[in-house]
Design a protein around this ligand. Structure first.
Ligand code: SAH
Ligand code: SF4
Ligand code: F3S
Length: 482
């Protein structure tokens, strides 16, 4: 088909209705439009830059967006002085949003110097009406806005923007559609995230994710296994199965499959060496999963098990559906089955109504469980969530004080825990050259701890034996062993 002289309306007319064929059509169409643009501005190549905020879901989405941009003919660059800049945004806490607005101002300056530059915003923040209204009003130089449900449509939206001289906005409220088989470009050749489900049904009262990512949808085990086989054939040795609550995987499938059953299938894929998953909600972590992990040789001995609070009262107000005692029992059960397991967590300080006694219970759980590491967050009020309307929002001063005490405890314990494997030989996946010291490589243990050691860059992507000479608190210095 001759795309060169086709208008956008004609393209829409000829484009197939079914996906992903429709998007492949628009990729070809965009290619032709960009060739024209290159000639018009006198450039041989057009560059793109993606900035990703937020969690692994967004990182994986960015790899898909990158795959589409490269198929269209853009070339990646490190700098925001690019022809196409995309911010994949996060809105889980207020400070994530502020960072995006700050950086957008700077992008406008770049666009003044390079008028054909395109600026696009997508991701969780764009699913909020007020955000889109604000951008339409105060950031009119933005070219394309889309949300979390239609990232697969980037080529189609780009085609519209290239042909029409106005901001293109396409936000979906929700979706049942899961579009498979679009191009992706992985950040690392040897490891990859794999979405097993999208969205979340838990509605923890502080959390905006269910509103911006929609209801829970699982991919079929067949599609997941096929994707992982393809990745393994392409040299991937480590995968991370991604979902907001992987333990409820498969419940909405026509033929329900449990997460443990999926894990067992994935475990058998040849060529794969390590399997990780994130995130596990404590309320749904089954005995079946513990058994599946215990009997697997590939599933890493690491569970990220967000606690959020150690007080049963606060947990109830958070709608987490477990008590302090149930959490502690679960930890005991996991450790009894796998004594070498590494446990990490997320904790929120300053949830509305949190008393000093509630906070002390969080500290108590932290001391009892002894997490390998913990992400600690100050509660951030998110408009539209039930917690935003709760009375007794805590003063900044009290929250800061609790946060500092929690951080001190968490860091003390994690440096003690990190030392557990000192003076042993462990398997390490070599990930990159260490930028800070010459001749050093950086890799990760199965339990996710970082190790630095001397070695050659040809080892990147391989699993090697490393003797852990010394624990440095949250990482090791080691020596390569044959
Ligand atoms: N689905 C995952 C994580 C989602 S967001 C889970 O269930 O744990 C990652 C973390 O951000 C959460 O675990 C929580 O600790 C934190 N978080 C979410 N909303 C927050 C808010 N309003 N304020 C502060 N931290 C928040
Ligand atoms: Fe948010 Fe809770 Fe869903 Fe995690 S499980 S994404 S914290 S609502
Ligand atoms: Fe942020 Fe969206 Fe992830 S709000 S934490 S990027 S699901």
């Amino acid at each position: 088909m001759d795309y060169t002289n086709m208008t956008y309306d004609e393209a829409c007319h000829y484009a197939p209705m079914e996906e992903p064929a429709r998007q492949y059509f628009f990729m070809e169409y965009c290619k032709a439009l960009l060739d024209k643009l290159k000639k018009a501005v006198g450039k041989d190549t057009l560059t793109f830059h993606i900035a990703t905020f937020g969690c692994q879901m967004n990182s994986r989405d960015s790899e898909k967006l990158q795959g589409i941009l490269e198929s269209i003919g853009y070339v990646e660059t490190d700098s925001e002085e690019a022809d196409f800049v995309l911010y994949n945004t996060c809105t889980v806490r207020e400070n994530a949003n502020q960072r995006v607005y700050g950086r957008l101002g700077q992008l406008n300056n770049l666009k003044r110097k390079n008028p054909h530059m395109m600026i696009s915003l997508c991701g969780c923040m764009m699913q909020e009406e007020e955000v889109v209204a604000k951008i339409r009003k105060s950031y009119r130089f933005v070219d394309i806005i889309f949300g979390t449900h239609n990232i697969f449509k980037l080529a189609e939206l780009m085609a519209e923007r290239l042909e029409r001289d106005k901001m293109v906005v396409d936000i979906w409220e929700g979706t049942d559609t899961i579009v498979e088989d679009l191009p992706t470009d992985r950040k690392y050749p040897f490891k990859s995230g794999v979405n097993i489900m999208f969205g979340c049904n838990n509605f923890c009262s502080y959390c905006i994710v269910p509103y911006v990512r929609g209801r829970e949808r699982s991919r079929s085990p067949k599609d997941i296994v096929a994707e992982i086989k393809k990745l393994a054939d392409d040299g991937v040795v480590e995968i991370m199965l991604l979902g907001q609550n992987v333990n409820s995987y498969g419940k909405n499938l026509e033929e329900p499959v449990s997460f443990a059953q999926l894990l067992t299938q994935v475990d058998q894929i040849e060529g794969l060496e390590r399997v990780r998953f994130m995130t596990s909600h404590p309320k749904d972590l089954s005995d079946e999963l513990i058994e599946a992990m215990k009997h697997s040789s590939k599933v890493c001995r690491h569970i990220h098990l967000p606690l959020q609070s150690g007080s049963s009262n606060v947990l109830k107000a958070m709608n987490r559906s477990y008590t302090k005692e149930q959490y502690l029992e679960l930890v005991d059960k996991i450790r009894a089955a796998m004594p070498d397991i590494s446990l990490t967590t997320d904790i929120i300080v300053g949830f509305p109504g949190e008393t000093e006694e509630d906070f002390l219970e969080t500290l108590e759980v932290v001391k009892k469980v002894r997490f390998d590491s913990a992400f600690t967050f100050i509660y951030s009020k998110r408009t539209g969530t039930p917690a935003a309307k709760m009375e007794c929002q805590i003063s900044d001063e009290a929250v800061k004080n609790r946060f500092d005490r929690l951080l001190t405890e968490v860091q003390k314990i994690s440096s003690e825990m990190c030392g557990r494997d000192e003076h042993t030989v462990q398997k390490v996946l070599v990930e990159e050259i260490n930028d800070h010291a010459e001749g050093l490589l950086t890799g990760r243990l199965g339990n996710n701890t970082t190790v630095h050691f001397k070695g050659d860059s040809s080892l990147i992507g391989k699993i090697v034996n490393v003797y852990l000479d010394e624990s440095k608190g949250f990482y090791y210095m080691g020596t390569l062993r044959p």
